[in-house]
Design a protein around this ligand. Structure first.
Ligand code: HEC
Length: 503
C-alpha cells in the first residue's frame, strides 16, 4: 500500500489503467467536502466562474470554458489538478481566493483522478447530505409556531411570576399564542444556572430564550434539554464551550443559534449536525474554523453560519486574484464621498443606501471597510451592493434589521439614526433589535402593525393589558379598547408606554 502511494505520487502508475482504485478517495466523503468548502462559491449554482460548476457530477464531467477539467487516471493532464498545485502567488491558482488547498487536500484530488475519477453514487450537492427532520416541505416560521402552539395551554401564572421575580423579561410571542419568549440578558451577570430551573414549568410554551451575557455554564445548559420547543436561542457572550452544545443536540425546532463570543470550537459543532432546521448560527469570535463552519453547513442544508472572517484582514491580496474579480473592485473606491452622513434628516423616508449601510453587521467585512472609507471588495458584497442590499453571507443580521426598518416611526429615534446610516443606540432599541423586534417604546406606531411582539413591548409590565395578553386576550377595559382601536396603547393603564420621543 505504501509502495502504491509512493508510485502514484511519482505519477508512474498514471495511464496503466486504475490499479490504485482500491485506495482511491471516495468522492462523496473526501472530494466533495473540499469542493463544497472551497470551490462552489465560485463554481456553483449562483456563480459559474470560467463557465464551470463543481456541484453536480454532470457539470464536473462537462468541464469549463476550456473543456474537460480532468482525464481519469491522469492528474497531470487535468486542469482540476494542475490549477490547485500552482504556486500560491500564481494568479491562476485555484481556489481563486483564500488559502491554497492543503497538501493533504491536493493529494486527495490527485489520487481521486489517478484512481479513475470515480463518483461512486454521488450525483449532486444535495444527495449525500443527511436528510434533516424537516424533509422536503420545511414549514415557515409562522407555520412552525402555529404547530408548536397548537393545543398548548397558557403558561401557569405562578411560573411567569417567578421568572419575572428573577429578572427575566417574559413576553408572549404574540397576542394570539401561548408561546413565550424569555429574556435573561437584561440581568446578565446576575443570572446563573440556578435561574434556568425556573424554565421547566414553561417548557411547553417557551420558544425564544435569551441567555446572552449571563453566567450560565456548560453543565447548566443541561436544563435546555427539556425545552423542546425552542426555536431561537441566544448564548452569545457567555462562558460556554463545546460541552454545552451537546445539550442542544435534541432541540429539533431550533432555527437561530447565537454563539458569538463563546468558547465553542469545531468539535462542539458536531453536536449540532443533527439539527436539520437550523438556519442561522452566529460564530464570531469563537474557536470555530472556516472548515468547521463548512462542515456544519454541509451537514445542514440551508444553514447560514457567520464566522466573522471579516475580523481578520482579507488574506488574499487583490493582485493575486483572477482578473474577473478585480473588475468588480473598480467602482467601489469612489463611493464614500457621497455617503457622508446627513447632519439632520429626521423625518425623511430613509434612502436605500442608508438602510444598506446601517444594516451591516457590526464587525463584518463591510463595516470594517466602511471604517476605512471604502466599500468592501468581496465579490459577494460587491454583488449585493449593486442591488442596494447588504451581503447576507457576510452580514447575516442585515435581513432582520431591514425587516424592522419598515416599522420605525417617522421622526422617532430609530428613524433619525437610520437617516444617518446608523442603528439607534438607545439601550431599549438595542435590546429590542437583539431580540428581533422594533423598540415599541420609541416607535409607538409599530403597535398598529400586525407584528405582535413589537406591540406587546409597549405594555407596562404587569399592566392590565400585559396581563390580558399573557392570558391570550385583549384587555377589555373601555379605555384600553378605545386606545387599541385608535392603534395606540392606553396611557392611563400603561403610563410608561408614553412614546419616548424626547429620547
Ligand atoms: C474566488 C472564486 C473562485 C474560487 C473559490 C475557485 N475558482 Fe476556479 N475559477 C475561478 C475563475 C475566475 C476562473 C476562470 C479563470 C480564467 O478564466 O482565467 C476559474 C477557473 C477554474 C478552472 C478552469 C475551468 C476552465 O475550463 O478553464 C478550474 C478547473 C477551476 N477553476 C477549479 C477550481 C477548483 C477545483 C476550486 C476549488 C478548489 C476553485 N476553482 C475555486 C474562480 C474561482
Amino acid at each position: 500500500m505504501r509502495l502504491g502511494i509512493f508510485l502514484c505520487s511519482l505519477g508512474l502508475l498514471a495511464g496503466l489503467g486504475a490499479p490504485a482504485a482500491a485506495q482511491a478517495p471516495d468522492f462523496a466523503n473526501e472530494i466533495w467536502p473540499i469542493f463544497e468548502a472551497r470551490c462552489v462559491s465560485c463554481h456553483g449554482e449562483k456563480k459559474q466562474r470560467g463557465d464551470l460548476r463543481l456541484d453536480t457530477r454532470a457539470h464536473i464531467e462537462a468541464g469549463g470554458e476550456n473543456g474537460a477539467i480532468f482525464t481519469a487516471g491522469k492528474p497531470e493532464e487535468s486542469s482540476l489538478h494542475n490549477l490547485i498545485i500552482l504556486p500560491e502567488d500564481d494568479p491562476d491558482i485555484m481556489p481563486g481566493s483564500g488559502d491554497p488547498l492543503t497538501a493533504e487536500q491536493i493529494d486527495l484530488v490527485k489520487r481521486w483522478i489517478e484512481g479513475g475519477a470515480d463518483f461512486g453514487a454521488w450525483t449532486e450537492a444535495a444527495a449525500p447530505a443527511p436528510a434533516g427532520p424537516a424533509g422536503p416541505g420545511k414549514p415557515t416560521m409562522e407555520e412552525l409556531l402555529a404547530t408548536l402552539a397548537d393545543g398548548t395551554a397558557p403558561a401557569p401564572e405562578e411560573a411567569l411570576a417567578k421568572l419575572r421575580d428573577a429578572g427575566a423579561l417574559v413576553l408572549p410571542l404574540d397576542q394570539k399564542t401561548p408561546l413565550l419568549r424569555v429574556d435573561f440578558n437584561l440581568q446578565g451577570d446576575a443570572i446563573t444556572d440556578e435561574e434556568l430551573a425556573l424554565l421547566a414549568p414553561v417548557a411547553n410554551q417557551l420558544t425564544w430564550l435569551n441567555l446572552a451575557k449571563t453566567k450560565v455554564s456548560d453543565s447548566g445548559l443541561a436544563a435546555l434539554e427539556s425545552l423542546p420547543k425552542l426555536t431561537r436561542l441566544h448564548l452569545e457572550n457567555t462562558a460556554i464551550g463545546d460541552p454545552a452544545l451537546a445539550h442542544l443536540a435534541g432541540l429539533q425546532h431550533l432555527r437561530y443559534l447565537n454563539l458569538y463570543g463563546t468558547k465553542v470550537t469545531d468539535a462542539g459543532l458536531d453536536s449540532l449536525a443533527g439539527l436539520g432546521n437550523l438556519e442561522k448560527v452566529y460564530l464570531w469570535q469563537t474557536g470555530v474554523t472556516p472548515e468547521g463552519a463548512q462542515k456544519l453547513a454541509a451537514a445542514i442544508p440551508g444553514v447560514t453560519t457567520n464566522l466573522g472572517e471579516q475580523l481578520a484582514p482579507d488574506p488574499a491580496p487583490e493582485e493575486a486574484k483572477p482578473e474577473e474579480e478585480m473588475k468588480d473592485d473598480a467602482p467601489a473606491d469612489e463611493a464614500p464621498a457621497e455617503e457622508k452622513p446627513a447632519e439632520e434628516a429626521p423625518a425623511a423616508a430613509p434612502a436605500p443606501e442608508k438602510i444598506l449601510e446601517a444594516s451591516l453587521d457590526e464587525g463584518s467585512c463591510c463595516t470594517a471597510s466602511k471604517a476605512d472609507e471604502k466599500d468592501c471588495s468581496h465579490p459577494c458584497c460587491v454583488e449585493a451592493r449593486e442591488k442596494l442590499e447588504a451581503c447576507v453571507k457576510c452580514n447575516p443580521g442585515a435581513a432582520d434589521f431591514v425587516a424592522l426598518v419598515k416599522r420605525f416611526d417617522a421622526g422617532g429615534c430609530c428613524a433619525a439614526a437610520l437617516a444617518e446610516a446608523k442603528k439607534c443606540d438607545h439601550p431599549c432599541c438595542v435590546e429590542a433589535r437583539d431580540t428581533g423586534v422594533v423598540c415599541a417604546k420609541c416607535n409607538p406606531g409599530a403597535v398598529a402593525t400586525d407584528d405582535a411582539p413589537a406591540a406587546v413591548n409597549l405594555f407596562d409590565e404587569g399592566s392590565c393589558c400585559a396581563t390580558a395578553v399573557l392570558a391570550n386576550k385583549d384587555c377589555d377595559h373601555p379605555c384600553c379598547v378605545e386606545a387599541r382601536s385608535a392603534g395606540t396603547v392606553c396611557g392611563k393603564c400603561n403610563p410608561n408606554a408614553k412614546p419616548a420621543q424626547e429620547a
